[in-house]
Design a protein around this ligand. Structure first.
Ligand SMILES: Cc1ncc(COP(=O)(O)O)c(C=O)c1O
Length: 408
């Protein structure tokens, strides 16, 4: 294997966008929880497909189609290895995390859940892991139950155990919270659920770029994530599912590629994974995801995890001293972000002033309105880190916040 890339300046040099200025200042991009920037290799992989291979997959006998199919299917195998799935047909391409959750809710959930059944989620879920279950519960007359969190932003495991009952049909959990940074003890929770034969789905949107994921070791039933938060393109993601569960599930969307044979009287469906991949997929996006995995592998999770943890620790140590700043989310196990409010200053105003200084942070409810209600804040300011961020950028953030404070 080639030497790992562990020099931050060399890593930064791979991201063309980091050279740009915003409002006359060098860009400091701290909104990686929303989407990460893309290295040149990902951009090149996408343009290479459009320049040299562009054609539809799985259907052409001609060279371009064969090449594109091979490139796309190679990525499926790459993802299989990346998350240690048992088979490559357990890897389903989707439009993203939201697409994956909706697929599971609509296909697995539709078949499984009956009137009066219960689905468990946590109080720190992204809207994408709330609304599809709510919609399913409304359709079926089922009940959505919420595992409470503490003021630190940690799941209460004892409450979780109490909430599991004979009517619990499914548990869907976020691996890493996008608004609090909490890393949840998902392995422990999966084991507790499995002891009662309850399937567990994991929303890995904020985990996959920070933490190595081994779906066989976790023994999760489903795991979903998006390419765009892990240095890949938008509009593509992955649903991992255990073979036996995916085989038992009905297709979700109908169309080309997911069929074996169609007549007006009856259609028979394709095998896994194509059964769940109706229509022309985001081929370029899939190929870009493959390049994003190569990028992450070229650095390695040890370095990524340590670098981001160091940035978070440094940010906390610097921000802690700012008067009137309150952290939202102080769990013991946290990944790559700080979320906070400033006394008397709306997060939106903070975000606008920081933008004038070239600093991109996320402000608002981060698609977790129940979390904001729980902490009784209108929203937070969130700085979320990626492998290309530096301590110098954190210092600039702290100076920016001091400046915001002086303006109010
Ligand atoms: C924890 C979590 N789940 C789900 C999503 C939805 O991801 P996407 O918009 O890529 O489908 C996000 C995006 O911010 C997220 O942070």
């Amino acid at each position: 294997m080639s030497e790992l890339l562990t020099d931050i300046e060399a890593i930064r040099a791979q991201f063309p966008i980091l050279k740009r200025e915003v409002n006359g200042k060098p860009l400091i991009y701290l909104d990686n929880g929303a989407t990460s920037q893309k290295p040149q290799s990902v951009i090149d992989a996408i343009s290479h497909y459009y320049e040299y291979e562009n054609s539809n997959i799985h259907r052409g006998v001609h060279t371009l189609s064969q090449d594109a199919t091979a490139a796309y299917e190679d990525v499926r195998k790459k993802v299989q290895k990346f998350i240690n799935a048992k088979y490559d047909h357990e890897v389903i391409f989707t439009s993203g995390t939201t697409g994956g959750i909706n697929l599971v809710a609509s296909s697995f959930g539709e078949n499984l859940v009956r009137k009066g059944d219960e689905i468990l989620i946590t109080a720190m879920e992204h809207h994408s892991n709330i609304v599809p279950w709510q919609m399913l519960c409304e359709r079926k007359g089922a009940i959505l139950k919420v595992i409470p969190i503490s003021k630190e932003g940690e799941i209460d495991i004892e409450e979780f155990k109490k909430l599991i009952g004979p009517k619990t049909e499914l548990i869907s959990l976020v691996h890493v919270s996008n608004s609090l940074g909490t890393i949840n003890p998902i392995k422990e929770m999966i084991d507790i659920a499995h002891a009662q034969n309850i399937p567990v789905m994991i929303d890995g949107a904020q985990a996959i770029h920070h933490i190595p994921v081994d779906v066989q070791e976790l023994d999760c039933d489903f795991y979903v994530f998006s390419a765009h938060k892990m240095y890949g393109p938008t509009g593509v993601g992955i649903l991992y599912g255990k073979e036996e569960l995916l085989n038992d599930m009905a297709p979700w969307q109908g169309g080309g590629d997911m069929i074996k044979n169609v007549t007006f009287e009856k259609t028979t469906y394709n095998e896994l994974p194509h059964k769940f991949e109706a229509g022309t997929p985001n081929i370029a996006g899939g190929i870009g995801l493959g390049a994003a995995i190569d990028f992450i592998n070229s650095i390695g999770y040890d370095f990524i995890g340590e670098h981001e943890a160091e940035l978070s620790r440094f940010a906390v140590s610097q921000l802690r001293d700012i008067k009137g700043l309150r952290f939202i989310g102080t769990a013991k196990e946290r990944a790559g972000l700080v979320s906070f409010v400033l006394d008397g200053i709306h997060p939106y105003d903070t975000g606008v002033i920081l933008d004038k200084l070239g600093i991109a942070v996320r402000t608002g409810h981060h698609c977790t309105q129940p979390v904001m209600n729980f902490f009784e804040v209108p929203g937070t300011v969130r700085a979320s880190f990626a492998v290309y961020n530096t301590k110098q950028e954190v210092i600039r953030l702290v100076e920016g916040i001091e400046r915001v404070k002086r303006m109010f």
